[in-house]
Design a protein around this ligand. Sequence first.
Ligand code: AMP
Ligand code: MG
Length: 316
Amino acid sequence: MPNVRLCFFVFFAVFLLSESAWAKRFAFERIEMGVLIRIIVHAEDAATVEKAANAAFDRIRDLNATMSDFDDDSELMQLCRRSSEEFEKTGTGPWMRVSDDLFSVLESSKRFAELSDGAFDITVGPVVRLWRRARRMGEPPKPERLAQARELVGNDLWELDKKTQSVRLKKKGVQFDLGAIAKGYAVDQAFEVLLVAGLEIVLVDAGGDLRVGAAPPGGWKIAVPESQDEMISLENRASATSGALFRFVEFDGVRYSHIIDPKTGYGLTTPFIVRVSAPTAFEADALASACSVLGPEASRKLLKAFPNAEVRFVDP
Ligand code: AMP
Ligand code: MG
């Protein structure tokens, strides 16, 4: 009788060899949401991979058309405009039904605002606009303009109704800004598209906010922005980096970050780079922004609600 166990091992070894011989690495890049999006897939069939990667990029583009605050025609911008117009006419804000994606991100955003005691707050829109303008004009926002804009910031200025998938803004001029969470959500959605296409060894990276699936031979090695030499290994996990020093404007020697402390209306001046790893990219993205505002001590309370997330503060 042939040695059955030996036959099995030989068959298994050949299977493994042929698996690794078939699987190839495919890499794609596209600019979407104003950043370079990279998709890497290890798989066998080029046609399947290409089709799935295109579908994943298209999903990100559609999400940008829903959530961008740079595009006046996005669902988000139309929503805020419509609310202000109704206030003009009737003195009150209407309930407005929104798409599944927008509702999902708004619902999560409310939760992050509550859990972070307002450090994460998507109503920072009017304040963000003042700081963008300050950068263009080369002079800091006037304190009285900042004070006015801050009147429009607050998690209590809007509400959601799950049954009707609707949102209502309670004050004229409230302006959402999903910049701290939308990219992470888009990464998760693109990742999902690849999984549904049957691909498992995948990476989706949106300018450093990324998510990886199963590891390729040798694992996923990810460069981290705080160190040129260090690489981290990730598997079935997401990572996002935030921090005061990534985008900032400088006035009188002080660097003000693009991340706003909603309590003051000022861009952060703290030096930290904050890197979060979490099961999903939208959690990592939102937590990285929230923890940047909170700092290491105050972040602890928020992180209790996310036991599967890990945060690293680096003072470069
Ligand atoms: P990120 O780079 O992920 O930390 O997101 C920063 C972006 O989120 C900014 O460019 C703003 O559009 C928006 N943002 C700024 N401050 C806050 C905040 N405290 N809470 C929520 N979103 C914010
Ligand atoms: Mg973020």
